[in-house]
Design a protein around this ligand. Sequence first.
Ligand code: PMP
Length: 415
Amino acid sequence: MSIDKFSSRIEFSAMTHFVRDLEDEGRSPVFRTMESATTDHVVVSGRSRIMLGSNNYLGLANHPRVIDAAQAALRRFGAASTGSRVANGTCSLHRTLEDELAQWHNTESAVLFPTGYQANVGTISALVRPGDTVILDWAAHASIHDGARLAGAHIEHFNHNSADELRALLVGARAVPTLVVVDGLYSMEGDIAPLDEIAALCREFSAMLMVDEAHSVGILGATRTGAVELFGMQDDVDIRMGTLSKGLGSIGGYVVGPEDLTDYLRTHARAYQFTTAGTPAAVGAAVEAVRIAQSDEGAERTARLIANVDLLRGALAAHDVETIAPTVLPDGTSAPGPIVPAIVADEQTLIEVWNRLFDQGIFSGISVFPGVRIGNPLLRLCVTADHSIADLEFVAKSIASLRPAESIDAPALTH
Ligand code: PMP
């Protein structure tokens, strides 16, 4: 009986049918197969296309030194770590990476998870208990929402980047232990959390604050550790989490902070304990990528990335393509991140736009529910340090050429 219920759930899933129909028509923007390495270009369906849909912001996934380090790790330690970090899964590279992440972030300690998803789920579910409150920005990453759910916490949401709404929720949550979690730089909207206001509120209401730097590490701040550093909030943020899977060109998640926190996570985070440790090649690659990110070359790559973002934003604006604007910091300066989201009228238009760009030799990204709220789809353009000026100008011109037939203008986002 219950099998029938599960079968019908699977059989009649609207989402599955929607994706299948698009795949049958050869028009699906999702689950495409990459036929080459993902650099500023990628081969898909037999043709090289400009890649505007990857998280390889600094180009480190293809850096010769990162590849050499991965190969050296593979040769020395083999293809697998063969166990949990708790048992036999720790090799010297895990320790080196943790030490260097801690040094870079100027914290006592770091703890490495196999993925960023596990870092969020493991950390939040280890710290929070049923009866506690977790307050999240609606746009916070799915792994943050999932960690809070797994913890059995009471969960509240505030509208994207609304410090006023956060204050109202903190007033309501006063009596219980409360954790506030936000992204430093949002993966879909591409904007930055107002960490100065959020940290001040957490201090006022004695809430713990955790910031996810998945998209900002390697990019924001004087030493490029992320949005917390950009705002100078290192002493005000209790938990700084990040990933190695985007700007840092590998895979893995981490938490940096006091040793009491990281030792607690090592002994209580089930997503750390009950899973196989990150593979040697990935950890070796990450060690080298973290070294490059901190060096003069890292600074140059970040500067090139931001120059490219400015160029694409300028070209899109020149063609009247509406985007979510970069964040303006308290000192009045603009802080662009690598993600440039163009506003699209609806999901059908987005699929049409994506396919027309694909036909013109551009692989872009899409943000649809549940990545964003229903009715707020975005064409997600991810710039890298390696894109050429000619390619970015071509992309802007191609997007503009889709109008007015496939207008991508729509009312501004509501969250
Ligand atoms: N946090 C954020 C903000 C993310 O965008 C992602 C990945 N999309 C993650 C966490 C999860 O990281 P990973 O891909 O390393 O599991």
